[in-house]
Design a protein around this ligand. Sequence first.
Ligand SMILES: Nc1ncnc2c1ncn2[C@@H]1O[C@H](COP(=O)(O)OP(=O)(O)OP(=O)(O)O)[C@@H](O)[C@H]1O
Ligand SMILES: [Mg+2]
Length: 288
Amino acid sequence: MRLATMEGMTTLDSPGTTAARVEVRGEGVTKAFGDHVVLQNIDLEIRQGEIVAMVGTSGCGKTVLMHMLLGLLPPTEGRVLVADHEKPDAPLIDIVTAPLDEIYQVRLSWAVVFQHNALFSASVYENCALWLREHTEMDEDAIRERVRESLAAVKLNVDTVMAKHRAELSGGMAKRVAIARALAVDPMVVWYDEPTTGLDPVTATHIHDLLWHTHHSPHHDGARRTTVVITHDRDLLRRIHPRVILLHGGGIAFDGPYEEFTQVKDGPVHEYLAEMPALHARPNRYGQ
Ligand SMILES: Nc1ncnc2c1ncn2[C@@H]1O[C@H](COP(=O)(O)OP(=O)(O)OP(=O)(O)O)[C@@H](O)[C@H]1O
Ligand SMILES: [Mg+2]
């Protein structure tokens, strides 16, 4: 066990303990687009209860790796194995080749905040309510209450934002709706792809807190949550002290505790740390 701290709170945490169950495992994962090999022979294991940050310069393959771990993008070589929480003693399943109903079952306990939000063309309420309507027994009143709580948790003005259409949202609002939508489903595993890029510093700090508190609040069945976050946000790393995985040159250049990451004095880690603030400030492709 180690002591993980965040301003204003102290929490016992045990990321990476070998006793915890494997949540996701990549074995020899390679991805090429034509002749362009983005990632080569990646071995990676994420265990239940960990907070893992994936970092690396723009275009190094963070989103591609996350999409392969999610089963949204098939690896060119290698495989990705994942845990089915409905069957705690069952072997891991292959996220690409397992029967669709098993893959679907696994995904029901996951939530994803995509880099460009992936809100569908409808109101904020519909974006947040649809999954709950389709996959839970909740009635519409209970769904409305859950959506209101989730939107309040990301500090949006619930009364005014619920009816807004996707097209009426600013970049920062859309990002927060995407986070609210993900957390509304009470996921076991939360995947965030740049949750604070494009947010003002006050809102970004609030999202750091929300990510941390969500991670440390037990799932409704009492299980520990797992958090995977792609980020260029140095303050986020500093506040959550995650296990850090740095992608560089198609492989993993560093994998270890945040405390060690910040002590590295040369090579890709050092270069990345110097570049990090500028990367975090960059606008994304929608100029947000
Ligand atoms: N569908 C695709 N077809 C071809 N090339 C792709 C595709 N998706 C990603 N790539 C390429 O893979 C590389 C890695 O992209 P990826 O989106 O994973 O980068 P990233 O590390 O997430 O960068 P950023 O920090 O800017 O989001 C880039 O060179 C990108 O152009
Ligand atoms: Mg990306």
